[in-house]
Write a protein that binds this ligand. Sequence first.
Ligand code: SF4
Length: 263
Amino acid sequence: MAHSSSTTDHEPGEAMASPRARLLEAHQRLCETFGCPIAYFHAHGPLDELVSSLLSHRTRNADSARAFRNLRERFPDWAAVRDAPVEAVQDALQPCTWPEAKAPALQRILQLITGRRGALDLDHLAGMPVPEARAWLESLPGVGPKTSAAVLSFSALRLRALPVDSHHHRVAQRLGIIPETMAVGPSHAVMEAMLPPEWDAQKVYDHHEVLMLHGQRVCHFRAPACARCVLLDICPTGRARSRAAPQPAARGHALEGGAGPLG
Ligand code: SF4
């Protein structure tokens, strides 16, 4: 798929010298490729989203989804999960990595929410400014910027927050949007500060989704497919790899599949 960038013909180091310029150009091209706006993949309430996100740490999406379904099928509500014997919760979480750690951690968080809210829900987040809502969530043990952003962005709250998963983070590092040494946690604030303030929640969500999809389908962890990457001319990593081992020029963006359900 051809892209209609106005900056494609610039020499790297000119128009694309700034990390923010590369971020915005990558957003535009990848949105053309994947078709923005990207559909939200579900509409969980914020507490469901928090549980789902906690289960997904270092776990394949299909496996954390299976563990989430187990919880919903075996317990009538989140209060029952909170009050169950930890072994029963751990058994439901067997599809996840580290169910023996995630089960007590999940129950602890459900207890804390109940204690702080007087109820087991996160509906109050809807009325809070995003930075305050994120700080509230991140005061819970084991909740960092990725989880707080996922709860606000992916849930039915649909708030303006940028999650950064490992694919998104890798693409941003390779494009020189963030330094190679910057970890996922601090990269949230740095990249969110580069987004145009007028972007709404959908556009911020799109930005995360298209960088993640690009990481999953083209900019692979072990062998990035730079030769067919629509970002090659603005990517310092891709250009360095091309110089080291010349590759055929990119002719388009041959996807490995359509933009299906996103995890
Ligand atoms: S050119 Fe290569 S390293 Fe750069 S974003 Fe594309 S696939 Fe990743």
